[in-house]
Structures are given as structure tokens and as C-alpha cells.
Design a protein. Structure first.
Length: 459
């Protein structure tokens, strides 16, 4: 049987393989609410401009309401033969209200329709993701406030570099996630123009009111060029790029949690609720959620790569290739949402092990920079010379198997006779972090102030 939506010029129906490769209903049925919202706005506009009668519009709107409840009650039968969500809705509308249904598609095409549906979906999801990012930031800012004084090693090259506070480390992620939320918000601004009315690609001869449909769907304005409108999927690319960067940040924190939970580190503990055991090794407590967050980022980046590759080299305007935009986007944004929720739960849950962290912060001569800074400050030494003197003292302590703070004053003075007792004041990890009061530094007073600033902003 030929397709009833366009059967006019078709004598026979599609082959089996065509029926397999062509439909998108299996995944685009997810856009039903957006599709119906778009149709409602279009219908009201058609009536307001006198393109269809008020009576037809009334019937169409009632029919669309019925379809919405049928889909939500899961009594709606989706048909693969009807290809996609747009035609499934229209076909059911015809069953429900008869010929008036055929007037809904006046001045519209599936090309502007799908662009509208997909944009509305991306917009709703971006709003939700921004909220989830803020929830995660809040969890991190709370940990930062509670652990403004908790000392841990700060690493470069995964070597002990300088002591920092756990709160400062948490706030580093709060900053990253703020930029991520900003990227989503920025993408949303550019996205928020309404495609409806671009029709197939060239606009329409009907006197439609695009301002009206744009407003009804809470878009800032209609898009300006009909060809761009049906060909554009930048909005999905931007959302996926923002999602990928957010995912990269999540994976870095996830990796740190995995490391911190290991027996070699023991910096933090996760509770039973967020870990798993092993079927063979009774002692195990595995940070699976963190590992999965780290791993799932591959899917998000994969979706971005997939969409970029699909769009690349595609001439204007719509091509069916573009139907391939939805599955990766749905999967990536669903995945990001789960990852954000899992990470917020882990951050809430984790208990830092203060003693282990402090002990670890001390090893590896982590206050060597403080010694060099003291030489500069107290003796007026150029930093490069101070670096050299400190290096010699580190070598000596290393040889003796002791910490810098455990060298005697005599040993210190052997390196430079002007060194006094006061040098020992700067060699503890507490003094080290307390002294880092420069803007953006790790001093507990900075961390407390920054944590409060974020808490105020996020609540
Ligand atoms: N199912 C299509 C998609 O997902 C809708 C647009 C189809 N338009 C067309 N002219 N075949 O992109």
C-alpha cells in the first residue's frame, strides 16, 4: 500500500529494507510533547490569521489534546509505517477529527516541524542540565565550607607539589562547573529562535504570523532565513560540545575519587550506598559510580563526533542524514544527566580522611617553596638563589631520610649562615596553606570566603 500521507504519486509501498532504514518513530516518539506543542501553536496562528477557520482550529486543538493524553496514558499505537512522530500524530488526528486534520499542515513542513521539536527538546534539556550542574556545585561548595581547613597534598605531575586545602580543591571544580553551566546558558541564547514557518525550505505563500508562533513557544524571535532554519543543527552541536566539556570535568573529578578511595591514598571514603563489593574478594569496596562517570564520557564525546561527522559537507538544506541527529543527542544528554546526579550524590556522600590527607601533604618536601619564599622575604635573596639553597637543603634532608622541618638550625645555617630559628615557622603544612592568601590562593580564610560566596549565589 502506498503511504497515505503522500500517496498521490506513489503506486506501490516501500520495500522491506526501506521500511527498516527509513523510520525514526522508535526514537523520535520521545518528542511527542514538543511536537504537539508546536502543532498547537501553529494551529492557533493559522486560525488567528484566517488561514483556517475557527471551527477547524477548535477541532484540531481538541484532537491534539486527546492524542497527548493517549500518549501519556500509553494507549497510543505508534506505527512504523508512518515513519516519524509528526506523521503518527497527524494520522491519529485524521482518525479522530476527519478532514479538518488535513488543514493543520498548511504552511508547514516536517522540516521546520522537526527543527522546532528538536530545538524545544534541547532547550528543555539544557535548562534541566543547568539545574543539575548547580546542584552539584552546591554539594561541592558545602564540602568546601566544611573543609576549608582540611589539608591535603596538591599535586603537579601526581607528585606532591604544595599543600592545599580540600576545600580549595572542591572549589576548583565549582569554578569549572560554573563555566560549563555558562556554556549551556550561552548555547541556549543562540538556540532560542523559532524555526516554525520556514516550511520545507523556502518559506510559504500563506500569510502566516511567525512572531505569534515564536511567542507561543517561548522563543525570543523567529529565525531569519528559512534555508538556514531547516538546515541548522548548530544548537545540538553546541549542546553536545558543552556536554562533552562538562563530561570531561566530571571525569577528572571521577578519576580523583577513584584514586582517593584506593588503599594507597585513603583520602576519602564512600559509603555502602555508593560503592559495590566483589563476588570473590570479600574485602573489596569499589567506587563503581565514579568509574562509570569517568567511562560514560566516551559516549557523550562520541555523540558530538557523530553529529559533527554527519553534518560535515552536507549541502543546504534538509537531508535525511539529519534524522541521525537524535539518537546520539538523546543518549548523550541522558548520560550527562545521570552522571551529574551520580557525582552530586558522591560529593555529598564522601568523607575526607583528614589525618591521612595531612600526613600525605607533608611528604615529598611539600613546603620547600615556603622555605625558598622565606629566604627571599627575610634575607632579601633573589628567588633563583633561594631556589638553589632550598634545593641543597632538600637534598640533605632526603639523604638523612627526614623532613625539611626536621633539619637542625646548624644544618640550615651550613647552607646560608644568615638563616634564623624563625624559618621553622613557615615549614609546617598549616603555615604553608595559611600563607597562601593571594587572590585565588588556598588559604583557609580565602576558601571560607569563596565557599560562602558560592553558597549565597547557588541557594
Ligand atoms: N524524521 C525526520 C527527521 O527526523 C523528520 C523530517 C523529515 N522530513 C522529510 N522531508 N523527510 O529529521
Amino acid at each position: 500500500m502506498s503511504n497515505k500521507m503522500w500517496g498521490g504519486r506513489f503506486a506501490t509501498g516501500p520495500s522491506e529494507i526501506m521500511e527498516e532504514i527509513n523510520p525514526s518513530i522508535a526514537f523520535d516518539k520521545r518528542l511527542y510533547a514538543q511536537d504537539i506543542a508546536g502543532s498547537r501553536a501553529h494551529c492557533q496562528m493559522l486560525a488567528a490569521t484566517g488561514i483556517i477557520s475557527d471551527e477547524d482550529a477548535k477541532q484540531i486543538l481538541q484532537g491534539l489534546d486527546t492524542i497527548l493524553s493517549e500518549i501519556e496514558a500509553e494507549t497510543f499505537t505508534f506505527s512504523t509505517a508512518l515513519e516519524d512522530i509528526h506523521m503518527n500524530v497527524e494520522a491519529r488526528l485524521t482518525e479522530l477529527i476527519g478532514p479538518a486534520a488535513g488543514r493543520l499542515h498548511t504552511g508547514r513542513s516536517r522540516n521546520d516541524q522537526v527543527a522546532t521539536d528538536f530545538k524545544l527538546y534541547v532547550r528543555d534539556t539544557v535548562d534541566m542540565l543547568i539545574g543539575q550542574i548547580e546542584t552539584l556545585q552546591l554539594a561541592l561548595a558545602r564540602k568546601a565550607r566544611d573543609h576549608a581547613d582540611t589539608i591535603m597534598p596538591g599535586f603537579t605531575h601526581l607528585q606532591n607539589a604544595q599543600p592545599v586545602t580540600f576545600g580549595h580543591h572542591c572549589l576548583a571544580y565549582v569554578e569549572m562547573f560554573a563555566r560549563d553551566a555558562g556554556r549551556f546558558a550561552d548555547a541556549r541564547k543562540r538556540l532560542n529562535e523559532c524555526p516554525l514557518g520556514a516550511a520545507a525550505l523556502a518559506g510559504t505563500s500563506f500569510p502566516i504570523d511567525r512572531e505569534m508562533t515564536a511567542k507561543a513557544l517561548q522563543f525570543d524571535r523567529p529565525t531569519a532565513n528559512s534555508m538556514d532554519t531547516v538546515a541548522d543543527r548548530d544548537f545540538a552541536l553546541e549542546a553536545l560540545a558543552a556536554a562533552t566539556i562538562t563530561g570531561v570535568h566530571l571525569s577528572r573529578l571521577a578519576e580523583e575519587i577513584v584514586l582517593w578511595c584506593s588503599a594507597q591514598f585513603r583520602f576519602v571514603a564512600l559509603s555502602d550506598a555508593l560503592t559495590t563489593g566483589s563476588s570473590i574478594m570479600p574485602q573489596k569496596r569499589n567506587p563503581d559510580a565514579a568509574e562509570l562517570v569517568r567511562g560514560k564520557v566516551g559516549r557523550i564525546h562520541g555523540a558530538l563526533t557523530s553529529l559533527v561527522t554527519m553534518l560535515k559537507g552536507l549541502g543546504l538544506t534538509f537531508s535525511k542524514d539529519m534524522q541521525e541527529d537524535k539518537e546520539p543527542t538523546f543518549d548523550a544528554l541522558d548520560t550527562l544527566s545521570v552522571c551529574l546526579a551520580a557525582m552530586a550524590a558522591m560529593v555529598d556522600d564522601m568523607t575526607p580522611n583528614k589525618d591521612t590527607m595531612r600526613a600525605s601533604a607533608k611528604i615529598g618536601f611539600s613546603t620547600a617553596t615556603d622555605l625558598a619564599d622565606w629566604l627571599v622575604r627575610s634575607l632579601g635573596m633573589p628567588f633563583r638563589d633561594a631556589h638553589h639553597v632550598t634545593g641543597a637543603l632538600v637534598a640533605e634532608a632526603e639523604k638523612a631520610g627526614i623532613d625539611l622541618a626536621d633539619l637542625t638550625l646548624e644544618q640550615m645555617q651550613a647552607a646560608d649562615g644568615r638563616i634564623t630559628e624563625e624559618v621553622f615557622d613557615v615549614l609546617t603544612v598549616e603555615k604553608s596553606v595559611a600563607s597562601r592568601r593571594s587572590l585565588g590562593g588556598t588559604a583557609p580564610e580565602n576558601v571560607r570566603r569563596e565557599a560562602e560566596r558560592w553558597l549565597k549565589q547557588l541557594t
